[in-house]
Design a binder for this molecule. Structure first.
Ligand code: NA7
Length: 299
């Protein structure tokens, strides 16, 4: 089990990484942080984290290093790039990848890190920014049980529900299939919303009925922030949902599983991204669908 004195590195201070790292500092772990855009590390430095110049430096002397970056390319770069983590990680350290990346990337990372005696765990997360702030993420673990046991005390600071899924690749696969479901639900919600709106059912009535119905979901409450809290900060970027849907499509192709619904949702997400909406919350799909349906989003 990790002691409070264990030194932790953290790389990737985006929407999710920042609150996760903040909780580690608040819990008393000495934290070394690095982010590609250096300004995002300022808030962490202000509460006592040590800001490093390179990812290599964030790994030096650390017992555990958490990575929370966008995708495979980002993970590859922060691990194996010129000033990457692999150059600073000590023998016996555990590298925990919380990003949603491909199973192939996990196998490659685990194998390369094993050759320098570094352990690798996948730990992709469900839930969003608010849960990250509250240390209440849901975390899926792939890797050895022994490595999980070593890292568990650190992971429990960030996550309230942790599921050990299996060997490397399994947690990532579970996460990708869950996000396939999330994408389908987001599109279904948008279609429900615009069709009900266009028939003239008031927004309040729709919500009153939906939120006590058997088809309700927390995901819908998140998506409808676009309506009730316009201009609010994103929780989950549309571009990352598209990335996850692409990962799901790759997996389905490999496994020869037909996923017609996911293929359709992917078309919508590609179109939305091409319209410049990738850096908005995934709930922006609702706005686009309302436009295409010729129905006002609000009012
Ligand atoms: P964000 O807020 O988009 O954060 C992404 C992070 O990844 C951010 O720190 C980025 O650094 C970093 N990043 C992206 N590309 C690179 C490269 N090439 N090199 C180094 N660092 C990079 O995403 P979230 O926090 O919402 O989500 C993170 C993951 O969890 C993702 O897999 C989601 O699907 C789930 P930047 O600040 O741009 O310099």
């Amino acid at each position: 089990m990790a002691k409070k004195r264990a030194k932790v590195g953290f790389v990737g201070l985006g929407l999710m990484g920042t609150p996760m790292a903040t909780n580690l500092v608040k819990a008393g772990f000495p934290l070394q942080v690095w982010n590609r855009a250096a300004d995002k590390a300022e808030a962490l430095a202000a509460i006592g984290a040590t800001r490093t110049v390179t990812a290599t430096d964030a790994a030096r002397g650390a017992d555990f290093v958490i990575v929370m970056v966008a995708d495979d390319a980002a993970l590859d770069s922060v691990l194996f790039g010129e000033s990457g983590l692999s150059r600073g990680l000590k023998r016996g350290a555990v590298l925990v990848n919380c990003s949603t990346t491909s199973p192939a990337m996990s196998y490659r990372a685990a194998t390369a890190l094993r050759s320098i005696s570094v352990r690798y765990l996948e730990a992709p997360v469900m839930r969003s920014v608010q849960a990250a702030r509250e240390g209440k993420l849901q975390m899926l673990i792939g890797g050895s049980r022994e490595d999980f046991a070593k890292a568990e005390a650190v992971l429990r600071i960030m996550a309230s529900d942790i599921h050990y899924i299996g060997e490397i690749g399994k947690a990532t696969t579970m996460k990708i299939t869950l996000n396939l479901l999330a994408a389908a639900m987001a599109q279904g919600y948008a279609e429900f919303f615009v069709l009900a709106r266009k028939t003239g059912i008031p927004f309040e009535t729709m919500m009153e009925v939906l939120h006590v119905s058997p088809v309700d979901s927390q995901l819908f409450r998140s998506a409808e922030q676009t309506v009730v809290n316009p201009g609010g900060r994103p929780n989950f970027y549309l571009k990352h949902l598209l990335k996850d849907v692409n990962l799901a499509m790759d997996l389905a192709k490999q496994m020869e599983v037909p996923v017609p619904l996911t293929a359709g949702v992917r078309q919508m997400l590609v179109a939305a991204k091409n319209l410049g909406r990738g850096d908005e919350d995934f709930g922006t799909m609702l706005e686009l669908m309302a436009q295409w349906a010729g129905v006002p989003l609000r009012g």
